[in-house]
Design a protein around this ligand. Sequence first.
Ligand SMILES: CC(C)(COP(=O)([O-])OP(=O)([O-])OC[C@H]1O[C@@H](n2cnc3c(N)ncnc32)[C@H](O)[C@@H]1OP(=O)([O-])[O-])[C@@H](O)C(=O)NCCC(=O)NCCSC(=O)C[C@@](C)(O)CC(=O)[O-]
Ligand SMILES: NC(=O)C1=CN([C@@H]2O[C@H](COP(=O)(O)OP(=O)(O)OC[C@H]3O[C@@H](n4cnc5c(N)ncnc54)[C@H](OP(=O)(O)O)[C@@H]3O)[C@@H](O)[C@H]2O)C=CC1
Length: 429
Amino acid sequence: MKSSRIPGFYNMSVDQRRKLLKDNYDLTDEQMSNLTDNPSLSLDKADNMIENVIGTFELPLGMGLNFVINGNEYTVPMAIEEASVVASASHIAKIVRSAGGFEAESRERLMIGQIQVVGCSNFHEAKQDLLDQKDTLMNAANDAYPSIVKRGGGTRDLDVRILNEDANSTYSQMLVMHIYVDTCDAMGANMINTMAEAIAPIVEEITGGKVYLRILSNYADRSLASAKCVIPPHLLATGDFTGEEVRDGVIHAYEFAASDPYRAVTHNKGIMNGIDPIVIATGNDWRAVEAGAHAYAAKDGQYGSMTRWSRDEAGNLVGEIELPMSVGIVGGATRVHPLAELSLSIMNIESAAELAEVIVSVGLAQNLGALKALATDGIQKGHMALHSRSVAIAGGASGEMIDVIAKKLIDQKEIRVGKAKELVEQYKQ
Ligand SMILES: CC(C)(COP(=O)([O-])OP(=O)([O-])OC[C@H]1O[C@@H](n2cnc3c(N)ncnc32)[C@H](O)[C@@H]1OP(=O)([O-])[O-])[C@@H](O)C(=O)NCCC(=O)NCCSC(=O)C[C@@](C)(O)CC(=O)[O-]
Ligand SMILES: NC(=O)C1=CN([C@@H]2O[C@H](COP(=O)(O)OP(=O)(O)OC[C@H]3O[C@@H](n4cnc5c(N)ncnc54)[C@H](OP(=O)(O)O)[C@@H]3O)[C@@H](O)[C@H]2O)C=CC1
């Protein structure tokens, strides 16, 4: 297992980074060509992936370093446009690896299919009739997708709820049947939808009602992944701040997010800063992950923090995260986009559950990166220093000028596009 601790990686040239990656992960020339070809996703492939294609849209792909999760080393590909996210994830992963790494788990991986039934003459009888026919319905769902059963997956359970029983409008009254499906290493949306559509006529026959929607639920709360880290305070000390001060600042920041949706949304955006880039880099459906994660953050009635930070009896900072994680290592674009395939190879991911564990660990790290900065120097110092290059480019800098202008912006403590434009004009004279 190659160490994900690669000091000085960020000071190397892009070519040096690529060479190191190729050697470390035994990547083939063909795999490497996906990084060097421009664009990596061919127009032909893109045109077959979505509709009305006119081109491809590129994002920077960076490497989150230093991750140790369940004792394994991970170098994590992150596709993102925002500066300082990759640095911050690597920064916290470096601290957490000194504390023994992240512990992560993904206990159950069931995706949910929903079937909506309306117009039953007696909803309670219809519900009971469906439950009485549970085996028939589960078998019919499996018959609609036999290959997943052969792989060891398939329907595991079924339940039924009545919604809005006492509503005045018959539009609101409905029965909702859930099928719970083990989709193995796929995210499973298309499998679930196939199954739900296939059993809808049987559901109508049993209930005497009419089926309208037959679709996956993105509230994947039977596919939860969690991660934890325990950090001794001395590892958190920074500048003039003691480790204890940083720990306490992080816990205060968590309590703020836990009690105030205005703060929780920003706090959680910081967590998604870590999660989305891996979901994107591995060709997964980030809208599905985003929707599920935010819904789960509101599961207790008020939108709150996706993480929890506390101190244990020994005074360590303890961080925890648990989120629905509907991702796959097969299916969707995971094997279609060449960089998604490469990303999975670099991480040496062997199952969808393992990918989910890595993703939530990075989300937890990203949250701590932001909270540590917020509770100490403030976000601008680290973030804006790294963002300064983008500002320089937006101000018209190119080539060697970019670093020069970026440094001047930092030195003059004015990291804004107007200032960059002025400096570019001066540079050109
Ligand atoms: C940026 C740091 C890490 C600097 O922090 P620092 O303490 O100056 O870092 P350092 O120079 O001591 O380096 C520590 C490690 O960080 C990494 N690192 C350090 N620099 C680089 C770099 N250039 N390129 C790549 N990696 C870098 C690297 O792993 C390095 O270890 P090394 O390998 O050197 O031994 C810190 O200030 C930080 O984490 N800031 C927070 C950044 C952040 O959260 N950005 C997100 C954008 S803001 C936002 O969208 C969300 C937010 C904030 O609103 C969420 C919320 O409110 O909760
Ligand atoms: N609400 C939502 O979120 C919706 C999302 N989607 C989209 O659906 C896509 C995901 O659907 P999904 O069903 O996962 O993808 P696919 O339709 O691509 O199905 C995955 C395929 O992978 C094959 N496979 C190979 N190895 C395995 C394995 N070990 N475990 C499981 N399957 C395996 C299966 O084929 P076989 O068994 O035949 O070999 C299966 O057909 C995403 O692109 C998403 O954007 C679509 C509709 C709604």
